[in-house]
Design a protein around this ligand. Structure first.
Ligand code: UDB
Ligand code: ZN
Length: 180
């Protein structure tokens, strides 16, 4: 299982590099990587497991964060009806997005960043994300709000972009649209 020790921190160059596409059919190795990402999110959200292994409660994680520079990530968070919304996706693409932007009032953090970086991170309010699931089938999600924000944060990791790269240096608390 992944613990915080296996998570690559921001001082490692590979976290800031673009990741490569996953090839299909999936290798056992790539399937195992996705399994570990999803297992980390489950473990980190389980109060007992999180306490035992000292895990930060994660809602998304991307392969480059465990030192694997391949285009895959997993998300897991409660939706509007408090039901768990989760998926793992390979070779994701944001094929369209709203003009409207949003941001988290409290700013963002990252499992790979052990410090607080203050400021608003501009995100699109709505995105359409396509990619491939673990069966090799194409998938398409229309996402808004927090789900859209998490996917954009994880997608950025695949391009080596950190949340703080998107904070306006001259006006860190700029408002981008309705906040969440
Ligand atoms: C997180 N969790 O997992 F708004 F119920 C963050 C950490 C870095 C603080 C663990 C988080 O934001 N949880 C959260 C937020 C809410 C409501 C709620 C729980 N990530 C994932 C990450 O670093 N992936 O690479 C950071 C998030 C910041 C914005 C989206 C992802
Ligand atoms: Zn992150």
């Amino acid at each position: 299982m992944i613990t915080m020790n296996e998570i690559i921190r921001e001082d490692i160059a590979s976290l800031h590099e673009r990741s490569v596409d996953v090839s299909f059919p999936l290798s056992e190795e790539d399937k195992e990587t996705m399994y570990k990402l999803q297992e980390f999110l489950r473990n980190s959200q389980d109060p007992e497991t999180a306490e035992k292994y000292d895990l930060r409660s994660g809602i998304g994680i991307a392969a480059p964060q465990i030192g694997i520079n391949k285009r895959m990530f997993a998300i897991r968070l409660p939706d509007e009806n408090d039901e768990i919304f989760e998926f793992g996706i390979y070779n994701p693409k944001i094929i369209s997005h709203s003009v409207e932007q949003t941001y988290l009032t409290g700013g963002e953090g990252c499992l790979s960043v052990d410090r607080v970086v203050e400021g608003h991170v501009p995100r699109y309010m709505r995105i359409t994300l396509t990619g491939i699931d673990h069966n090799g089938n194409p998938v398409k999600f229309r996402l808004k709000g927090m789900k859209a924000i998490v996917c954009q944060h994880e997608y950025d990791h695949l391009d080596g972009i950190m949340f703080y790269d998107r904070i306006d240096k001259d006006d860190p608390f700029k408002e981008y649209g309705p906040a969440i």
